[in-house]
Write a new protein. Structure first.
Length: 191
């Protein structure tokens, strides 16, 4: 899968291409942040943006923020008006916090036409770009066939693959990085 678009785009790049691209607000916040992602989207968003709820993506495991099935993800994207081949720009209300999660989900599901807006909504507003403050549009009645999702080999590792990697000889192991803050990694802070 070769990406035709850069993983990170600037405010100017996006402003020059609206409305030819699909813009998705993928804002999500930790509970301690005291912010309401959906509420903020309803109040102010990049023109034409749709809202992707990261809390509403898991359809099989019962655990939060797991990668959904390809069928569920395809339906989610279709309901946002995203079709196979559309260039999707992901952003969030913090700058760059949760938008990369949607970017990865798109790529993991075989959609290389995805980018993250550098600086997110704060950068968009700081550069004086217009925002939409009207009531948000309702979800579209999309068909799963409008967005083809196919889990890409190597995009996700199973527990067995992680264990196998840990038991591999030094020099043959892949590096595994946990991007959580230290306190969450150590289990001293709430999830």
């Amino acid at each position: 899968m070769v990406a035709k678009f850069p993983p990170l785009v600037s405010v100017g790049w996006l402003a020059a291409r609206l409305p030819a691209v699909k813009v998705i607000d993928a804002s999500w916040y930790l509970p301690a942040m005291g912010r309401d992602a959906r509420g903020e989207y309803a109040t102010q968003r990049i023109p034409g943006a749709r809202f992707f709820d990261l809390d509403d993506t898991d359809d099989t495991s019962g655990l939060p923020h797991m990668l959904p099935s390809t069928e569920h993800f395809a339906q989610c994207m279709s309901s946002l008006g995203v079709r196979t081949g559309d260039h999707v720009i992901c952003y969030d209300g913090k700058g760059i916090f949760s938008a990369p999660r949607l970017w990865w989900m798109l790529r993991a599901n075989g959609h290389p036409e995805a980018s993250v807006l550098d600086g997110g909504l704060p950068a968009w507003v700081a550069e004086g770009q217009p925002v939409d403050q009207s009531p948000p549009p309702p979800p579209l009645e999309g068909k799963p066939s409008e967005f083809a999702a196919s889990l890409q080999p190597g995009a996700v590792w199973s527990m067995a693959q992680i264990q196998e990697n840990l038991q591999a000889a030094p020099g043959r192991r892949s590096l595994v990085v946990d991007a959580r803050p230290a306190a969450r990694f150590e289990g001293t802070a709430a999830e």
